[in-house]
Ligand binder design. Structure first.
Ligand code: FMN
Length: 406
């Protein structure tokens, strides 16, 4: 067995199978989990039983498959099952069960167990593209992610009925690796104090207008969410965004670059890791008008002045903090980012190559290169910001351990 799946040996995995066409793939998933050394307990929804019989799973896992909250000699079977699991894996996860999990609905055995459990939860959705892309499903997935569930994104490929598109259950290997990761370093950042900044800033011109930028905050929020999911104590200093507050994260809201500086400095000393993903304005209006500038008064001249370079200030004053910066470049991205890494005394920088069709501001996906002060260079091909946040946290966890062991 591959060492990457080592954490599965001896793990108690509760596999929730819900009613999608990919149910038959869950049989092989259960078998592979068992082969990797996990003790697998399967739970099936009623719809799942229309696709595959419980007897198949029972034969593969050597455990009977309870299917009902009431139909058990035990009084509170859902509580025992929830407490006995090291990890819950819902695969395939239907749009329906994802929606129920999001809203805390507990109307069958699986959703009762999920609502009772405190262990990590891995969700591998599978559905038609339209269901996956529906705003309700998108919002539900983000809510679950925000609560710390690990989502194994569906893949692009052939779907039921011969259609093609995104929504196919991830490959077994990808799901197994995610479960193993979750078990081995699910809480590898426990006790680490993260300070993350996100979003853009707004520099007033008058009480109504401001100079802003296109940052959506998604990358910083994804990092805050991921770090909190892995056990870090996270403070998120956020400019105005349209994003929901991540769970288990302390949020400090700011509007201007100067407020951002004050908030960051107030939390800097106590932080172990500082990730500056915010797009802070470089310029602000000198003496913004105190009342609305009237358009019939002619075109106003707006004088600008530099804002403070917060990242450079942190680089100058840092003691033991691991300092991570972001940069957005349109050309010579890597050489420019490497200069910034050195000039600002950073430990790591992630450079977004702005301008691609699916990367950078406002998108859910991103493409970037990660550089470290030790000279490492890691390419992140186009991927979701959540996946990139996980990869960045992996590197941070590695970098911090590395510097601590020096
Ligand atoms: C042939 C067939 C295939 C289906 N495939 C899926 C699917 O892949 N994903 C999904 O979310 N729902 C799918 N559904 C719909 C679900 O079975 C339905 O929403 C059901 O209520 C889900 O119940 P559950 O979440 O309790 O398992 C399918 C239905 C049928 C009849």
């Amino acid at each position: 067995m591959s060492t990457e799946l080592g954490a599965l040996r001896g793990a108690r995995v509760l596999l929730g199978v819900t009613g999608g066409i990919a149910c038959y793939k869950a049989v092989e998933l259960a078998r592979l989990l068992g082969k990797a050394g996990a003790d697998v307990q399967v739970l099936m929804t009623e719809a799942a039983q229309r696709f595959v019989g419980p007897a198949t799973f029972a034969a593969v896992t050597h455990h009977s498959v309870p299917t009902d909250v009431f139909d058990s000699p035990e009084l509170v079977v859902h509580v025992r099952l929830a407490r006995s699991a090291d990890v819950i894996v819902v695969a395939p996860a239907t749009a329906n069960t994802i929606a129920k999990m999001t809203h805390g609905i507990a109307d069958d055995l699986l959703t009762n167990v999920v609502l009772t459990a405190t262990c990590p939860i891995v969700v591998a959705p599978a559905m038609h593209t339209e269901m996956w892309e529906h705003p309700a499903t998108r919002a539900n997935i983000e809510t679950l992610r925000g609560r710390g569930c690990l989502i194994v994104e569906p893949e692009i490929g052939e779907l039921a009925g011969g259609d093609e598109g995104v929504g196919r259950l991830a490959e077994h290997r990808a799901i197994l690796e995610k479960i193993s990761d979750e078990l081995s370093h699910g809480r590898d950042l426990a006790g680490v104090r993260f300070l993350v900044t996100a979003g853009g800033t707004q520099e007033p011109i008058d009480p109504i207008r401001f100079i802003g930028n296109r940052s959506s905050g998604k990358m910083g929020y994804a990092i805050a969410t991921e770090a909190a999911r892995r056990g870090a104590a996270v403070t998120l200093v956020s400019g105005p965004t349209h994003l929901a507050d991540p769970d288990r994260v302390d949020i400090v809201r700011i509007r201007t670059a100067s407020e951002m500086r004050d908030a960051v400095l107030a939390h800097f000393d106590e932080a172990d890791v500082v990730v500056k993903a915010a797009a802070v304005a470089d310029f602000r209006a000198v003496n913004p008008a105190t009342s609305k500038i009237k358009k019939d008064a002619g075109l106003p001249a707006i004088s600008l002045e530099r804002t403070d370079d917060i990242l450079a200030e942190l680089g100058r004053t840092k003691t033991s903090q691991f300092l991570v910066g972001f940069s957005a470049e349109t050309e010579d991205a890597v050489p420019n980012a490497r200069k910034k890494l050195a000039a600002k005394n950073l430990d790591m920088i992630i450079v977004n190559v702005v301008g691609g069709p699916h990367a950078g501001f406002e998108h859910d996906t991103n493409q970037a290169v990660l550089l470290t002060a030790q000279g490492d260079e890691v390419d992140f091909p186009l991927q979701t910001k959540s996946a990139m946040a996980a990869a960045i946290c992996d590197r941070i966890a590695h970098g911090c351990r590395f510097s601590k062991s020096q």
